[in-house]
Design a protein around this ligand. Structure first.
Ligand code: FAD
Ligand code: GLY
Length: 349
């Protein structure tokens, strides 16, 4: 019997399993499909508390997590020898003359006009009049990160049970007794729910899916060297020439598939932002489901059951929030320690 059973092998479950293991607990991860797929695979991997315009405590959560990233990635690379595509490339957030807030944005300390913008990144569309330059925002390759996390966990003897669906959390009073799974009954000292957009199927939590459609093109000249975060579209250049274009935000439950309208909207906005995309070949299209929570505040920490903790609802920023989530949840599970920021977020919720 493990000390902790982690339900869900996305970035949140994997990152927390790693932190728990490194604090000396035995951990098993239960994943109904393959770890690191779902939203973790679908994401853009931006580490962008500023570009995403997070506010208040959520912004602090994002900035603290972003500041943990370099060291966190170093640890994962040390354990695995695998690159995670972590790139402090900065983010440009373009402004158009027609934007309602175009004049106010000019007062922002990080505003640069078109002349300065062109020196940093040439080739943006004609409607762009300037940008916010956010040098501390950046990106990680979320697919490489997930693979490296899985390897890191295996290297530390964490058991990963893929193809294992948790069907029911069986409780009595204020305790979880066991899990009913496709492998039968499983028991541990503690349980962590990290099932992303699907959290509602195991507990009555206010989590719902928000579909995001994405595509990628190939930029043979690697002409874009920074993330461009437009009003409705973002462009994320990977170091191998892949250019990721995202993303729609749709309230359509778990409706699968890329749609003509979704792809049309993304491509036309992307070409307006960076016209060279018109001549780049399409590599891949995909979609995923963000776990949305009320006020976009993740649900982290205690549940109604003393031996069950929650880590879900990371919505648009789960890749960014992974290291701080792992730290907060491990502090909570091991020592019942609650960071004041975590308390402030829970109070707001
Ligand atoms: P998931 O990655 O969805 O993992 C949950 C796992 O739980 C899944 O593997 C699922 O199979 C498993 N599971 C569910 N139910 C059960 C069960 N009953 N039994 C066993 N296993 C179960 N974030 C950023 O920080 N930056 C970005 O640029 C970014 N871009 C995004 C773009 C798109 C299009 C999308 C969809 C998301 C984006 N996100 C981004 C958000 C980020 O991807 C998510 O917040 C994050 O992946 C959530 O991680 P998770 O582990 O909670 O969920
Ligand atoms: N954070 C980018 C997205 O969710 O689309």
């Amino acid at each position: 019997m493990a000390d902790v059973l982690v339900i869900g092998g996305g970035v949140i479950g994997l990152a927390t399993a790693l932190e728990l293991r490194q604090r000396g607990l035995t951990v098993t991860v239960l994943e109904r499909d393959v770890c690191g797929q779902a939203a973790t695979w679908a994401a853009g991997g931006m580490l962008a508390p500023e570009a995403e315009r997070l506010e208040g405590d959520l912004r602090e959560l994002g900035i603290r997590s972003r500041s943990l990233y370099a060291e966190w990635i170093r640890k994962i690379v040390h354990l695995t020898g695998q690159s995670c595509g972590y790139w402090c490339c900065g983010i440009l957030s373009p402004i158009s003359c027609s934007d309602a807030d175009a004049e106010t944005v000019k007062e922002h300390p990080k505003y640069i006009d078109r002349v300065h913008l062109d020196k940093r990144q040439s080739g943006l569309g004609d409607s762009v009049s300037g940008a916010l330059w956010l040098p501390e925002d950046g990106q990680v390759d979320n697919r490489l990160l997930a693979k490296a996390l899985i390897l890191a966990l295996r290297s530390l003897d964490v058991e990963i049970l893929e193809g294992t669906s948790v069907d029911r959390i069986v409780t009595q009073g204020d305790r979880v007794l066991h899990l009913e799974t496709s492998r039968g009954k499983l028991k541990a000292e503690h349980y962590l729910l990290a099932t992303g957009a699907w959290a509602r199927s195991l507990l009555p939590l206010p989590i719902s899916p928000r579909k995001g459609q994405m595509l990628s093109v190939f930029d043979p000249n690697r002409s874009l060297q920074t993330v461009i975060f437009g009003k409705n579209t973002y462009l994320i250049p990977r170091q191998d020439g892949t250019l990721v274009i995202g993303a729609t935000v749709e309230d359509v439950e778990f409706a699968p598939g890329n749609t003509g309208a979704g792809m049309h909207r993304l491509l036309s906005q992307a070409i307006a932002l960076y016209p060279a995309i018109a001549d780049m070949t399409i590599q891949e299209t995909w979609w995923g489901f963000r776990p949305h929570a009320p006020n976009e505040i993740p649900i982290l920490g205690a549940s109604h059951y003393e031996n069950l903790s929650l880590a879900t609802g990371h919505y648009r920023n789960g890749i960014l929030f992974a290291p701080i989530t792992a730290q907060f949840l491990t502090d909570w599970i091991c020592d019942r320690k609650v960071d004041p920021l975590l308390k402030a977020l829970s109070d707001f919720r």
